[in-house]
Design a protein around this ligand. Structure first.
Ligand SMILES: NC(=O)c1ccc[n+]([C@@H]2O[C@H](COP(=O)([O-])OP(=O)(O)OC[C@H]3O[C@@H](n4cnc5c(N)ncnc54)[C@H](OP(=O)(O)O)[C@@H]3O)[C@@H](O)[C@H]2O)c1
Length: 232
């Protein structure tokens, strides 16, 4: 009989600012026997726009009989060499919107699809997608950033819908979208001053504390790094 590694933590986006800090925090603790990290360019390489690659990654864990207790998806996209977030309607572009949805919504949905069957069903476990306060429609007072805002709002809806089904099938699994705060990383650098935001280590610690305080009633919600609910 194969051993069951019932206490695995998974991080997607472990090469990014917040993802790397979460990975280090998990590796320095003793809660998880097994910390498995995926990144586009570091650790186990995985492009989350590739559904087949996600399926294969999940299958590899299944073959090893790994059971997940924590999954944090820290993948996200706001800008690249070609695109910056839109300041006005005239800047809306098909390609940028597609990039936002592929990385901020669809990739997360596919990971929920292929990885939720691998969760430990016996004990309380967590699947968290890093979202953003600007994905809240209620909280939108400034406008702009169409692709990022809309793709994070879609992510929040995907997590909410999945949480309803998961509540029936894997009642011990809590799903949540978490806003990590304003954190100085490659993603945020062009828009913020380092002195006015959290370091990646501070954010990782706050995110993990929030996750470990989650209760079943929180499943499907969008929460900030203190565990305070952000209205959709
Ligand atoms: N920083 C903030 O102030 C802030 C605020 C609100 C929300 N957030 C959210 O927090 C999360 C983490 O952001 P961050 O600030 O840490 O950004 P970051 O440093 O830019 O990290 C983004 C991560 O996404 C990964 N990624 C990009 N394209 C990918 C692909 N095709 N397949 C797999 N991975 C891919 C990157 O992988 P590589 O490193 O391998 O390229 C990187 O690990 C994101 O969801 C972001 O929207 C951040």
């Amino acid at each position: 009989m194969k051993p069951v590694y019932s206490n695995a933590a998974i991080v997607f986006g472990s090469g990014g600012g917040i993802g790397k800090a979460i990975k280090q925090e998990l590796l320095s603790g003793s809660v998880y026997k097994n910390v498995i990290c995926y990144s586009k360019s570091n650790d186990i390489q995985l492009d989350i726009t590739d559904e087949n690659a996600i399926l294969k990654a999940a299958y590899e864990l299944k073959k090893k009989n790994i059971k997940i207790s924590l999954l944090i998806n820290a993948v996200g996209y706001l800008h690249d060499k070609t695109f910056m977030p839109e300041k006005k309607i005239s800047e809306i572009s098909n390609e940028y919107l597609l990039n936002c949805f592929k990385l901020n919504s669809i990739g997360h949905a596919l990971i929920i699809k292929y990885f939720t069957p691998l969760f430990n069903q016996e004990t309380k476990s967590f699947l968290v997608c890093l979202s953003a306060r600007v994905g809240s429609i209620t909280d939108n007072y400034l406008g702009g950033w169409f692709g990022y805002r809309a793709s994070k709002a879609a992510l929040n809806q995907i997590v909410k819908s999945a949480s309803i089904e998961i509540n029936r099938n894997i009642p011990n699994l809590i799903l949540a979208s978490i806003h990590p705060g304003t954190v100085y990383t490659k993603l945020s650098k062009p828009f913020i001053k380092e002195s006015k935001c959290f370091s990646t280590n501070e954010s990782a610690k706050k995110i993990l504390k929030t996750i470990f305080n989650l209760e079943k009633a929180d499943s499907g919600k969008l929460l900030d790094y203190h565990g305070k609910v952000i209205p959709f």
